[in-house]
Write a protein that binds this ligand. Sequence first.
Ligand SMILES: Nc1ncnc2c1ncn2[C@@H]1O[C@H](COP(=O)(O)OP(=O)(O)O)[C@@H](O)[C@H]1O
Ligand SMILES: [Mg+2]
Length: 149
Amino acid sequence: MKEILTNNRDETQKFAVRVANFAKPGLVITLNGDLGAGKTTFTQGFARALGVTSRVKSPTFNIMNMYTARCFPIYHFDAYRLEESGAQDQGFEDYVGTDGVTLIEWPQYMKDLLPNNRLDITFIRGEEDNNRKIKIKGIGDLKDLEAQI
Ligand SMILES: Nc1ncnc2c1ncn2[C@@H]1O[C@H](COP(=O)(O)OP(=O)(O)O)[C@@H](O)[C@H]1O
Ligand SMILES: [Mg+2]
């Protein structure tokens, strides 16, 4: 587990650029944290670093948005709305961990679809309004990744 602190949204997006350096098809990043913690802000910085020019926003109502990046697609999930219904039978497995990079907000609601190898990031509000503690954990084969970021 690695931990960093950011003092504003720009710093969180700069951190996302660093993570984007390790992006490759099949990478899955789970983004944990309360509403407003910074999950979508991170995804915006991440997607921009990979050449996405359209506006990235939380796909709360359609669960997934797909973006065209330079080298591979980006699948951006927000599973919040799946809380009750669950993630079964919706075809999400056609995307998660396949030919693109997958980022998942509220991954606890898509537990069955999460691969064993993934980068798990948790955003926690700090004492000041714009402070965020960010915990980075490489799981499975990605255990060494956290040290490199
Ligand atoms: N250090 C920070 N990192 C990320 N976002 C921050 C930070 N400080 C303030 N913010 C603000 O917090 C909000 C985070 O919202 P968002 O990324 O949509 O959260 P989530 O997707 O986790 O619900 C944004 O309005 C952003 O400007
Ligand atoms: Mg969000």
